[in-house]
Design a protein around this ligand. Structure first.
Ligand SMILES: [Zn+2]
Length: 140
């Protein structure tokens, strides 16, 4: 089927709050900034949803985004921990190569906070805050 512009129509899925997951056929020319189409050819493929169906889909969509955001945060934290593990392994390796007396001296100093470790923790916090902020901005 062709629209009034003479080009084949597009079948798309709506993800608006009013019609989540509902398929429609419309003109392919669509400007996302103005919301205008090339012509006014537009019709729904699926039947209208009931209120409860619409609400359930909206809840599931929001939940899916929340889970995706959580996963991103977990992945970012995991990457940070991998870096921290690598750094600590290298440090441990250096200590083990030192002669016994030098090693005892390191032990006496105790585990003073390391600059590198602190930086990684700060980066992790910044990444987490960023994802939380993005999530809140997208879904209120
Ligand atoms: Zn058109």
């Amino acid at each position: 089927m062709k629209c009034r512009c003479g080009i084949p129509c597009a079948t798309r899925t709506s993800w608006t709050h009013e019609n989540p997951g509902r398929k429609f056929v419309a003109c392919k020319f669509f400007n996302h900034e103005t919301g205008q189409r090339g012509c006014n050819t537009f019709y729904w493929v699926d039947e209208e949803q009931t209120y409860w169906q619409r609400d359930v889909i909206n809840v599931l969509v929001a939940e899916k985004h929340r889970v995706a955001t959580d996963l991103s945060i977990v992945k970012a934290r995991f990457t940070c921990l991998e870096h921290e593990k690598k750094r600590l392994t290298e440090e441990l390796d250096k200590i083990e190569r030192k002669p016994l007396r030098a090693r005892e001296a390191v032990m006496e100093k105790g585990s003073a906070p390391k600059q590198g470790g602190f930086k990684i923790i700060v980066i992790c916090v910044v990444i987490s805050v960023f994802f939380n902020f993005m999530f809140m901005k997208m879904f209120g």
